[in-house]
Design a protein around this ligand. Structure first.
Ligand code: SF4
Ligand code: SF4
Length: 480
């Protein structure tokens, strides 16, 4: 089976229940943002332009759990910000599991190993042979140090009593990966992040956690690189992947037009371009465990239209229920039902290629359109069968790990080609000066003067910033 039976059955049961009751609008996935603080400063993060990243501005645990109850979505995606910074993350996961939700912890991966060491310290029991053999394997693969192993073995009473995040078939670590090492580290503006994500995924698999990845595609994303990335992640036994086109809303677009004096089509991922980038999505769906409905994949590949169902993936954060969607904010509401009732949903989305709101014009994002494929919006004969076949069909076999693939994956700082060195070289070289690299990188530096950034896995912002960076990579590769 492509997806665990219990999870598919839970989601199917939720849809059937609401169809029988004829509920006009209901939630499928709650995007829960308990905070907007992050340890990274990725290029083009959108949330910081909108929200405070002060640690004081957090959603209290009880309110987070109440939000899940209020919208009653079967799936909760805990995002942010970096959710592993949330001081009550363990209690939040435990509380949502108690509510029998399917949980995705959307993380940049940097604190995952620490959280898993906490788990090991809480469960370590010397006579239990599997605990020692797990430690031995983690040590052999350099996923923990000798000192960390000793700390686990000699955990004190407080560490043993701590609420921890445990492996569960109802929970996924959902790691943000936007490309192979060079690209990913460049986008997140820190060398070593890709390597850490890979280490965290390996450790999670050894400990029996489920893992997934989420990837945003930009105008300059190299499709062949995505193919390699999926193959590499599959060789690590990652359980599934979400992939979505990046999207920028109008304010950013206007800003770019003013700042660079160009036309939006010159640097934004338009619908037409998205369809070109996603031409292979269904082939990927056959080769890799891509999460997403078949109608959504067909929509991305340009084979059909869908209507946005943003109300099915509501976002709750420190300001309340964000409307109309994860990306755009026209208001916040105190309750999910209040939001459903007050928002004029018919003002948003694109219908038969015509944007009802100009800001929706190029949007084809997962959080607006994937539920449409599950809910039967724009239903076409055979859709239910296609979805059933896809979900309950055989899971694609993991790619065999091979040294060539691993070499292609670690194409950045690991082989001495870190982006910081490359960025400096690009800024200082006469060729770079001619082609505008200095301007591109200095704009990136300017952006860092914002307090912090919140981006792709946690909410897209000005995707053009990332496109500029990815264009630099393409230039650097051509110049090699
Ligand atoms: S199309 Fe839907 S998801 Fe996309 S920006 Fe508009 S309202 Fe949001
Ligand atoms: S995209 Fe934003 S929230 Fe996500 S890791 Fe980067 S800076 Fe943090």
């Amino acid at each position: 089976m492509r997806f665990p039976f219990a999870l598919s059955a839970k989601i199917a049961g939720h849809i059937i229940k609401h169809k029988v009751r004829k509920t006009p609008k209901f939630a499928m996935v709650l995007q829960l943002e308990p905070l907007h603080t992050c340890n990274l400063t990725c290029t083009g993060c959108g949330r910081i332009r909108e929200y405070s990243t002060n640690l004081k501005d957090m959603v209290p645990l009880e309110k987070c759990l109440q939000a899940a109850m209020d919208c009653d979505a079967p799936m909760v995606s805990i995002c942010g910000g970096e959710p592993l910074i949330y001081p009550k993350i363990e209690e939040l996961v435990a509380g949502l599991l108690e509510q029998k939700r399917i949980i995705y912890i959307c993380t940049n991966g940097m604190f995952m190993r620490k959280k898993m060491r906490d788990y090991l310290a809480a469960i370590y029991d010397p006579p239990h042979p599997s605990h020692e053999s797990q430690l031995a394997q983690l040590l052999a693969e350099n996923l923990i140090s000798d000192k960390e192993a000793e700390a686990i073995r000699h955990a004190d009473a407080a560490a043993r009593a701590k609420v921890v995040i445990r492996p569960s078939q109802w929970m996924y670590w959902n790691v943000h990966v936007d490309g192979l090492e060079f690209t990913h580290d460049l986008i997140v503006e820190r060398e070593g992040v890709f390597k850490e994500c890979v280490a965290a995924i390996k450790m999670a698999k050894i400990l029996g956690f489920q893992t997934a990845t989420n990837t945003t595609v930009y105008k300059e994303t190299d499709v062949q690189e995505l193919d390699d990335m999926f193959a590499f992640l599959s060789s690590l036994n990652v359980d599934g992947h979400t992939i979505s086109p990046g999207y920028e809303y109008d304010a950013a677009k206007k800003d770019m037009v003013k700042r660079l004096g160009k036309q939006p089509e010159d640097f934004f991922l338009t619908r037409k371009m998205t369809r070109q980038k996603f031409a292979k999505i269904q082939e990927w769906g056959e080769r890799f465990t891509i999460f997403g409905t078949v109608p959504y994949q067909e929509f991305l590949a340009g084979k059909r239209e869908l209507t946005c169902t943003a109300w099915a993936i509501p976002t709750f954060n420190v300001n309340g229920w964000k409307a109309p969607c994860y990306l755009m904010t026209d208001g916040h509401y105190d309750g999910y039902q209040e939001m459903l009732a007050k928002v004029q949903w018919e003002k948003y989305g694109v219908v038969d290629g015509v944007a009802r709101d100009s800001r929706c014009e190029n949007c084809m994002v997962h959080c607006g359109y994937d539920p449409s494929g599950a809910l039967g919006t724009n239903y076409q004969r055979g859709d239910n069968w296609k979805n059933l076949k896809y979900n309950f069909g055989a899971k694609p076999k993991p790619y065999p790990a091979n040294p060539e693939l691993t070499k292609r994956a670690f194409n950045g700082v690991t082989i001495g080609k870190g982006h910081l060195a490359e960025a400096n070289a690009a800024i200082n070289s006469p060729r770079a000066a001619m082609n505008g690299a200095q301007a591109a990188f200095s704009r990136k530096e300017e952006a860092q003067h914002h307090e912090a950034h919140v981006g792709s896995h946690c909410g897209t912002g000005d995707t053009s910033e990332r496109d500029e960076l990815l264009a630099k990579i393409a230039e650097a590769k051509k110049a090699e």
